[in-house]
Design a protein around this ligand. Structure first.
Ligand code: NAD
Ligand code: UGA
Length: 431
């Protein structure tokens, strides 16, 4: 099938590449020339395990092309996915200006029947606006609008895309339904077909529910800390109940990334606009913000005065296996530390280039040991597997004091105590 993906970011690039791998002819479009030029030279602008090889393979087979020419992409394609960003406005609303711009452009160049699919995460009823704008700009050509929200996670995007728990298809015509079912058939995945509004809500509700799960376990972690209980055991005991499930019950410094923070906000806003309100989600946000402050307090409690101290930060990305630092809790913690006059040394296996652009006063190190050298305490902000393999003996020798504050419960508390560290984590007893 001939398909176009407009917006070649995390979602557009991964979806486009995977659709090509499934045998489709895919044109990925972006208005960022630098990005398209890089991709055409074989340079992949994001770090996502396995993606580079898959892009290379499908470009070679001419199944995947990159262009800035939206006109040609629209004309050649039957299904057109919109995968541009939907960032938050200052008031929390999703900013839909890129969606509007792309809808206008698709309408302008459409020459025969197409299905226009929202893949970006959008508030409910966005489809109606897309349809309206398209009709306003082209009343001659027949088209359908559909919603196919994306559920992939950064770091495991390819396997999430190719082995999804479910595919959600919001459609309002048999013709669009048939085409989209045909496109997804090779995945052999469970498919939920629904009206478009419901598909839009499935996405916001899923992300908000997962964020709520994280805030719930973080609130429980704080109770555990007060009484010397262990949140990991509590999560294990809760998660064994199939109705609850074990995933997304890892307590820590809170959720970050380009999606949960913005999507929770956008869902609150759309609920307010529809006169429904969603106080529960406001608490989810409050708990998430509090988690970062609590971790900062733990750093303070381990060193008392932070002014003039050097703090080593392990991990900047919002989670492991990505170079994405959007809304990464590490950035908030680094800024809080600098606000108190502390010096910060930091290392991340993949996110350093992005971090250097927005954190000018951090001493970026070549590896974790370099971070520990001369630091007064070490703070784990991202649970990169390589941190778990560090030699604790070496780390201890390099640190000014054997202090580790673990915002991701990466290390075994008993082992840390045995190795002579003053070790603090989240929701687990300090031994
Ligand atoms: P991104 O910022 O990485 O990529 C968006 C791309 O769209 C950019 O390359 C930008 O240049 C391009 N773009 C903007 N306006 C354009 C236009 N007029 N014409 C052509 N290209 C244009 O964003 P992302 O992380 O891929 O997210 C895209 C959407 O998917 C968002 O709504 C997001 O919430 C959703 N989503 C993201 C993820 C994720 O893991 N990142 C997962 C599921 C859903
Ligand atoms: C999330 C969702 O998991 C995807 O399904 C969704 O498609 C995507 O958002 C999106 O809409 O963009 P992602 O942001 O890539 O994916 O990463 P997650 O693995 O969900 O982690 C988000 C944040 O929650 C990270 O900061 C992570 O450290 C934190 N987290 C996650 C916890 O603190 N505890 C957990 O148990 C799980």
């Amino acid at each position: 099938m001939n398909i176009a993906i407009i917006g070649t970011g995390y979602v557009g690039l991964v979806s486009g590449t995977c659709f090509a791998e499934l045998g489709n002819d895919v044109i990925c479009v972006d208005n960022n020339e630098e990005k398209i030029n890089a991709l055409n030279k074989g340079v992949v602008p994001i770090y996502e395990p396995g993606l580079e090889e898959l892009i290379k393979k499908n470009r070679r087979k001419k199944k995947l092309v990159f262009t800035c020419d939206i006109k040609e992409a629209v004309r050649k394609s039957k299904i057109i996915f919109i995968a541009v960003g939907t960032p938050p406005k200052d008031n929390g609303d999703a900013d839909l200006k890129y969606i509007e711009e792309v809808s206008r452009n698709i309408a302008k160049y459409m020459n025969n029947y197409k299905v226009i699919v929202e893949k970006s995460t959008v508030p409910v009823e966005t489809n109606k606006w897309v349809k309206y704008i398209m009709q306003l700009n082209n009343h001659k050509v027949d088209f359908d609008v559909a919603s196919n929200p994306e559920f992939l996670k950064e770091g495991s995007a390819i396997s999430d895309f190719t082995h999804p728990d479910r595919v959600a298809l919001g459609v309002e015509s048999e013709r669009a339904k048939k085409l989209l079912l045909q496109l997804y058939e090779p995945l052999k995945a469970p498919i939920v077909v629904t009206d478009i509004q419901s598909a839009e809500i499935i996405k916001h509700a899923s992300n908000s529910f997962l964020a709520a799960k994280i805030s719930f376990i973080n609130a429980v972690a704080n109770i555990c800390e007060k009484v010397g209980a262990d949140v990991e055991k509590v999560a294990e005991g809760m998660g064994m109940d199939k109705r609850i499930g074990e995933s997304f019950l890892n307590a820590g410094v809170g959720y970050g990334g380009s999606c949960f923070p913005k999507d929770v906000k956008a869902f609150i806003r759309i609920a307010e606009k529809l006169d429904c309100g969603f106080e529960l989600l406001k608490d989810v946000e409050r708990i998430n913000e509090k988690q970062k402050k609590l971790l900062f307090k733990k750093i303070e409690q381990s060193l008392w005065i932070l002014n003039g101290k050097t703090i080593g930060i392990l991990g900047i990305a919002f989670k492991p296996n990505t170079d994405d630092i959007r809304c990464a809790p590490a950035i908030d913690i680094i800024k809080m530390l600098q606000g108190e006059g502390a010096k910060v040394r930091a290392y991340d296996p993949k996110a350093m280039d992005h971090a250097k652009k927005i954190l000018p006063n951090v001493d970026f190190c070549k590896n974790s040991y370099d971070v520990a050298r001369g630091s007064d305490a070490l703070v784990v902000m991202t649970e990169w597997p390589e941190f778990k393999r560090l030699s604790l003996t070496k780390i201890k020798k390099l640190l000014n004091h054997p202090i580790i504050i673990d915002g991701r419960n990466l290390f075994d508390a008993k082992k840390m105590k045995k190795s002579g560290f003053k070790y603090t984590s989240v929701g687990r007893p300090d031994l």
